[in-house]
Design a protein around this ligand. Structure first.
Ligand SMILES: Cc1cc2nc3c(=O)[nH]c(=O)nc-3n(C[C@H](O)[C@H](O)[C@H](O)COP(=O)(O)O)c2cc1C
Length: 191
């Protein structure tokens, strides 16, 4: 096994190129009232870059001891029920969601220097929706999978980040407010 030289690694990590130029600009004063509109625009723009798996995200769930666990998934669709994703009910994430139906979704689109974090409650969309999703998978060979589930995360909080080359990243957070949304710049420092 290669010996690890921490100082060499540290230097190499520091020297890695950061974001491509030019980066898009996020004006926190000019964002849409509805975060789903901003998200849909960013997703389309990420797809248009040609980046592989622009629809992938990190799903974090909470286990029975209260510890988080994360993995990469892909989104299947977005509608009034939330942002949809699918997996096996018997999986670790399936067990976590059965016990604590809350999660965080984290998208990172490297070519655009954009990140979106979405927190919310997760609902099971039922057997018919799951069966349809299962049958539309590229690997489907005509066999049913009763353990397959389609879930939707209904956003309660969103945090959008647009990276900037000077590291003064622009961020906007949205919180539910009555039947609509309120947005502002986060009060905590970006890093
Ligand atoms: C790009 C990518 C996309 C993935 N998409 C899915 C998916 O949509 N559903 C799924 O169950 N697993 C997907 N996986 C596998 C998961 O990351 C994970 O390993 C698996 O679901 C088991 O997770 P768990 O043990 O935490 O439940 C994907 C992995 C990668 C790298």
């Amino acid at each position: 096994m290669a010996e690890l030289h921490p100082s060499t690694l540290r230097d190499r990590l520091r020297a890695l190129p950061s974001f491509p130029e030019p980066l898009p600009v996020l004006d926190p004063e000019a964002v849409p009232e509805d975060p789903t509109t901003l998200f849909a625009t960013w997703l389309e723009e990420a797809i248009a870059t040609g980046e592989r798996q622009a629809h992938s995200f990190t799903l974090t769930t909470i286990d029975e001891a209260g510890l988080p666990s994360s993995r990469t998934l892909i989104i299947k669709d977005i509608d009034e029920r939330g942002i949809q994703f699918s997996s096996n009910q018997g999986s670790r994430k399936g067990q976590h969601l059965g016990q604590r139906p809350v999660a965080t979704m984290l998208f990172f689109w490297r070519p655009l220097g954009r990140q979106v974090e979405i927190v919310g409650e997760v609902t099971d969309l039922g057997p018919e929706a799951a069966a349809l999703d299962w049958s539309q998978r590229p690997s489907y060979r005509g066999q049913d999978n009763p353990d397959w589930r389609l879930w939707a995360l209904l956003p309660a909080e969103w945090t959008f980040l647009q990276a900037t080359l000077d590291r003064n990243h622009a961020r906007v957070e949205y919180r539910r407010h009555g039947t609509g949304w309120q947005h502002r710049r986060p009060v905590t420092p970006a890093g």
